[in-house]
Design a protein around this ligand. Structure first.
Ligand code: ZN
Length: 224
């Protein structure tokens, strides 16, 4: 038998099989390939501090959660986490060194307290992306507890000012660019990077021409 990853020959009694919910599920693997891989996702159940790791071959959640690589292009992508037992109720992007980090820490602490208080069975899942500065933070709750969980999430979000646009600025665009885009495209009400990104995506190559056109009109006004 051959290892599905490295192609090495493996003896019948030395074969490992990829765990359920991983890309190598039930595929024959050598010992090294089975055990040696970076975690794609880390799962924490409720207020248990023990991390349960999922790699491309190994799944310590016994299939409660499964992972799938989603590529954006050949160089970039992220791990999507799914579950049959739990429902995804919130997802956030954790950006290292970004000011939103502090707010998300507060949100994380608050929502765990609220979930514990109300007997919600939940899991927090941190999944890797191709960008070292960014990972997904997904909140899952037991099926049939979604309604109450969503209300508690709204409450925690209000308390930590989660929806304030200021947290979602300066990730892609710097402050000056955002302000300039906001001035040139007042009808778009540009507040966050997502707003600006949507504009650039929509106009594509035409965005620069449109900016020039609008900038010259603005200058005419200020001269006249
Ligand atoms: Zn191998």
């Amino acid at each position: 038998m051959e290892c599905e990853i490295c192609g090495r020959k493996i003896e019948e009694d030395e074969v490992y099989y990829g765990d359920v919910g991983t890309p190598y599920e039930r595929k024959p693997l050598c010992e090294e390939c089975y055990f040696y891989d970076e975690p794609a996702a880390t799962v924490f159940y409720g207020n248990d501090e023990i991390p349960y790791i999922i790699t491309e071959t190994l799944n310590e959640t016994n299939g409660d959660f499964s992972i799938k690589w989603r590529s954006i292009d050949p160089w970039r992508g992220y791990y999507e986490v799914k579950s049959e037992k739990y429902t995804l109720v919130n997802t956030a992007e954790l950006l290292a060194y970004h000011e939103s980090e502090e707010m998300l820490k507060k949100f994380d602490k608050r929502i765990r307290d609220l979930f514990d208080e109300h007997g919600i069975d939940y899991a927090r899942v941190f999944a890797r992306s191709s960008n070292v500065f960014y990972q997904n933070y997904d909140l899952f709750v037991r099926k049939n507890q979604e309604a109450l969980a969503r209300k508690l999430i709204e409450r925690a979000k209000m308390e930590v000012d989660y929806d304030n646009p200021k947290w979602y600025r300066n990730v892609i665009f710097d402050e000056d660019t955002l302000n300039k885009l906001g001035e040139l495209f007042p009808e778009r009400k540009i507040q966050t990077d997502y707003d600006a990104f949507a504009l650039v995506k929509e106009l594509g190559n035409k965005v620069v021409d449109e900016m020039k056109k609008r900038a010259s009109v603005n200058n005419d006004y200020s001269r006249g």
